[in-house]
Design a protein around this ligand. Structure first.
Ligand code: FES
Ligand code: FES
Length: 156
């Protein structure tokens, strides 16, 4: 089947099989390997991308389901500069091995689009689908708060 998607601002038309997953399109067809695969079973959140602005685990979405959507991956999140969430993760030392980090950052971006000034409960709920084996959660939560403050102070 043929699908048309916009990925990081670029229109893409691709021929895929009905069983092809969105994460396969991103990593294997388009070479966007910043989206990681940890579990392949919707458990870890490493594969999270934005689909029409919402965080989605791309190992759980068929490419055909994404037809017509705007997709943002970690490579396109900040444009030519680092996104405030990426800056906050760096400054708060919110990563250790970094494997979970692209998915975490996309989930945090999705969370902050829904809740620009999230409560602790909203942060915990927003990150519930993302696992960090290095247990960097305290610094990750600090990064979410810092990014929220930075984004509140920047023009929309
Ligand atoms: S690889 Fe998609 S949730 Fe783990
Ligand atoms: S930083 Fe290593 S899994 Fe999260």
């Amino acid at each position: 089947m043929k699908i048309s998607i916009e990925v990081n601002g670029q229109a893409k038309s691709l021929e895929v099989e009905g069983r092809t997953l969105l994460v396969e399109v991103l990593r294997e067809h388009l070479g966007l390997t910043g989206t990681h695969v940890g579990c392949d079973t919707s458990q870890c959140g490493c594969c999270t991308v934005l689909v029409d602005g919402q965080g989605v685990k791309s190992c759980t979405m068929l490419a055909g389901q994404a037809d017509g959507s705007k997709i943002t991956t970690i490579e396109g999140l900040g444009g030519n500069a680092l996104h405030p969430v990426q800056v906050a993760f760096t400054e708060c030392h919110a990563l250790q091995c970094g494997f979970c980090t692209p998915g975490m950052i996309m989930s945090v971006t999705s969370l902050l689009s829904r809740y620009p000034n999230p409560t602790d409960e909203q942060i915990i709920e927003g990150l519930a689908g993302n696992l960090c084996r290095c247990t960097g959660y305290a610094n990750i939560i600090s990064a979410v708060r810092q990014a929220a403050q930075a984004m509140a102070g920047s023009p929309a």
